[in-house]
Design a protein around this ligand. Structure first.
Ligand SMILES: [Zn+2]
Length: 253
């Protein structure tokens, strides 16, 4: 809570990353959250890990221990066999209680227009899991506009454009969200004036704040607080949208 507003970090990473060497445990994340006043975070595995199942177990345990602070997401190699993918997804949902699916095209080069992507998004829709797609770095498969196709194919599926395409492809995120009501934008890595530009086209009820890394929590969440926008818009971006998309619409923790 900050300035009387609840804060939801919709993009946090827990676990051990092979590509960056980062190690984030729950103590580290909770300390950062408490320092900044963040009430709740979506825990997402890193995209390159030694053992995907172990990373999911870690997030499942965090969600079980601190359901008051954490919601969990799965991140499964989209190039696994359909059976192996489905099996792990089922375990993540039914055994571990995870509630979202991450796609990281920079390290998982899934063409969003391909048949394999149709199977990926189809399973997310079947399990009623919102997909958080990293967008921006990792072009071409991380271009925000490419997610228009799966969003149209699966209108009941929510697709969150992580990082909003970054500063360079931010306008594509506006296009995708304008033509697809089930596309939501996560605002990490953007400059404050980019957020204002997005708000000219997309309502705050479809925008959410995220940090990506604990050292960015203050910058990313307080940048929303600092904007000259209505208190209602801040409530939506900082809490309501994340709560609705990842926790099923309850307004209180
Ligand atoms: Zn991420």
């Amino acid at each position: 809570m900050k300035d009387g507003l609840r804060l939801y970090d919709t993009h946090a990473h827990l676990g051990t990353a092979k590509h960056s060497g980062r190690i984030h445990d729950t103590d580290l994340l909770l300390r950062a959250m408490d320092r900044v006043g963040v009430d709740r975070a979506l825990l997402i595995p890193f995209p390159v890990v030694e053992d995907m199942r172990r990373e999911h177990d870690l997030i499942g345990a965090a969600v079980r221990a601190r359901g008051d602070r954490f919601t969990g997401a799965a991140c499964i190699d989209p190039f696994l066999s359909t059976d192996a993918f489905r099996g792990e997804l089922l375990r993540c949902v039914e055994v571990l209680g995870l509630r979202a699916l991450k796609l990281q095209p920079q390290y998982q080069p899934l063409n969003p227009l391909s048949g394999r992507a149709e199977s990926f998004f189809g399973m997310a829709a079947e399990f009623r899991l919102p997909v958080v797609a990293h967008t921006g770095t990792g072009v071409p498969f991380s271009l925000p506009s490419l997610f228009i196709a799966p969003a149209r194919k699966f209108p009941d599926l929510t697709i969150v454009l992580g990082h909003s395409g970054g500063s360079v492809y931010m306008l594509e995120s506006i296009v995708a969200a304008s033509v697809c009501p089930n596309v939501v934008i996560e605002l990490s890595s953007l400059m404050p004036h980019h957020v204002l530009e997005i708000l000219q086209h997309v309502p705050a009820s479809r925008l959410m704040a995220g940090a990506d890394l604990p050292e960015s929590l203050e910058t990313e969440l307080y940048k929303i607080l600092s904007l000259d926008i209505s208190r209602e818009a801040k409530e939506d971006i900082l809490w309501n949208t994340g709560r609705r998309v990842f926790d099923g619409g309850e307004s209180n923790p």
